[in-house]
Design a protein around this ligand. Structure first.
Ligand code: QUE
Length: 368
C-alpha cells in the first residue's frame, strides 16, 4: 500500500482541494525518504495546477499526525563500515520538503492531531494553517537519542517567547493545543472530531477571492464551535513561564540543568522533563544550546543549510547511533553516552559536530 495517499477533492464550485495523507499508521506515520519524495513531487505538481486552491496535509489514524523520521533506516546506514550517502540524501530531501512547505504559495492546512514530533514538526511548522486538537502533543524529543532539534527547529524554537524554545529543546517537553496556541506554534484549535467537517466546509467555501482568506474563514467558523473542548485543557508551559525563565536565566548550562533537577514537584509534565534531561545525551544538551545560539540571526534558508551540516555530522559520530540503539532498536533505554555530564563534554567534540562536511561549493543545499 502507498505510504502517502493523494486525493483531488472537487469543490462545489469546481476548484480542487488537494489532500496529502500520510499512510504509515503503524509507524505513527514516521517519514521515510520515499514519503518525502512523494510529497515533494506532488507539491511541485500542485503548485502549477491553476484550479487547485488549497492543500490539506493530514494522516491516517488518530494517534499521530507524524511522530518523526525513519531513524531505523538512518541507523542501518550509520552502522556500515564506509560512509553511506543515505544520511545526506535523507536529511537533504527532508529539509528541502520542509522549506518547500514553509515557502509554498498556496494555503497548506496541516492537521496536527495526536503526536507531532521531530520530523512531523518539520512539516507542521511550515504550514500556513497549523491546526491542533485536544489530542495534539507537539515535541522535539531528539535529546533522548543523541541528536538535536532539527527540521527548522533552530529557527522556530528561537522565535518562541523568552527562552522557552531552549527549554523545549533541552527537556523534550510536549506542547498541547492550548500551549501551542498561546506560544504561536499553532493557528487554530479544533475538535479532533471535526476532521471530516473541515474537508466538507473547504469544499463548500467561496474560492472566488483570496484563497488564504477562504481557508481562514473556514477554520475560524469551525473553531468557534470547539471552544469548550479547549477551555478544560491545562497549559503547563504558559502557566510556568516564570519558572522556565528563572531556570534558563542561569549563565551556564550546567546550572540550568542542576536547578531543573533540584525542583521538588509532583507535577507529571515537570517530572517527565527532569527525567528526560537526566537520561538524555550530555552531548545533545550542549549541542542544543550551542545550535540555538548560533542560529539566532540566520534566515530560515541558512538554518536548513546549517542543520544539514550538523545532522550529517551527527550520523558520523557515535552518540546518535548509541541513542537510537538504546531507545528504538534494542529498547533497553540504557544508552551508554560518551560523557557523564554536560560539564565533561569536550569542546572539540562539539566543534567536530559543527564543522561542515562540505566546501561551500559542494553543499547539498546550496541552491535551496
Ligand atoms: C526521540 C526521537 C525520536 C523518537 C523517539 C525519541 C525520533 C523518531 C522516532 C520515531 C517514532 C516512530 C517511528 C520511528 C521513529 O522516535 O526522532 O521509526 O515509527 O523519529 O525518544 O528523536
Amino acid at each position: 500500500m502507498a505510504s502517502v495517499i493523494f486525493h483531488e477533492h472537487i469543490t462545489a464550485s469546481g476548484e480542487i482541494v488537494g489532500e496529502i495523507r500520510l499512510n504509515a499508521e503503524k509507524k505513527l506515520n514516521a517519514l521515510t525518504l520515499k514519503m518525502i519524495d512523494l510529497i515533494s513531487a506532488k507539491l511541485d505538481a500542485w503548485q502549477s495546477k491553476k484550479n487547485l486552491v488549497a492543500i490539506l496535509l493530514d494522516s491516517e489514524g488518530e494517534k499521530a499526525f507524524c511522530a518523526g523520521g525513519d531513524i531505523i533506516k538512518l541507523h542501518e546506514a550509520m552502522m556500515r563500515d564506509e560512509i553511506s550517502p543515505f544520511p545526506t540524501d535523507f536529511f537533504t530531501r527532508e529539509y528541502q520538503l520542509d522549506y518547500q512547505i514553509h515557502t509554498y504559495p498556496k494555503p497548506i492546512i496541516c492537521w496536527g492531531s495526536g503526536f507531532v514530533m521531530g520530523g512531523g514538526m518539520g512539516l507542521f511548522a511550515g504550514a500556513s494553517h497549523r491546526v491542533v486538537t485536544q489530542t495534539s502533543y507537539l515535541a522535539m524529543p531528539e535529546v533522548s537519542i543523541g541528536l538535536y532539534p532539527d527540521v527548522g527547529a533552530s529557527y522556530f524554537l528561537n522565535k518562541l517567547p523568552g527562552n522557552i524554545g531552549l527549554f523545549l529543546g533541552l527537556t523534550a517537553a510536549g506542547i498541547n493545543a492550548k500551549d501551542a496556541m498561546a506560544l504561536g506554534m499553532a493557528d487554530y484549535a479544533l475538535d479532533s472530531n471535526q476532521r471530516a467537517e473541515l474537508l466538507e466546509r473547504l469544499l463548500l467555501a467561496d474560492w472566488q477571492a483570496n484563497h488564504h482568506e477562504a481557508v481562514n474563514k473556514t477554520l475560524s467558523s469551525l473553531s468557534v464551535e470547539s471552544h469548550a473542548v479547549f477551555d478544560v485543557l491545562p497549559s503547563p508551559i504558559m502557566s510556568h513561564q516564570g519558572l522556565i525563565e528563572d531556570l534558563m536565566s542561569n549563565d551556564s548550562l550546567s546550572d540550568m540543568l542542576t536547578d531543573l533537577a533540584n525542583i521538588e514537584t509532583e507535577e507529571k509534565w515537570l517530572m517527565k522533563a527532569q527525567n528526560t534531561v537526566a537520561n538524555g545525551s550530555p552531548v545533545s544538551l550542549v549541542l542544543i544550546k550551542t545550535q540555538l545560539e548560533r542560529s539566532v540571526d540566520l534566515t530560515l534558508k541558512e538554518v536548513f543549510q546549517q542543520e544539514l551540516e550538523v545532522s550529517v555530522q551527527c550520523t558520523r559520530h557515535e552518540e546518535l547511533a548509541e541513542g537510537v540503539r538504546a531507545l528504538l532498536i534494542d529498547k533497553d533505554k540504557a544508552p551508554k553516552w560518551r560523557y557523564d555530564s554536560v560539564a565533561a563534554v569536550e569542546d572539540t567534540y562539539i566543534e567536530d559536530l559543527l564543522s561542515s562536511p562540505w566546501d561551500k561549493a559542494d553543499h547539498p543545499l546550496r541552491y535551496l
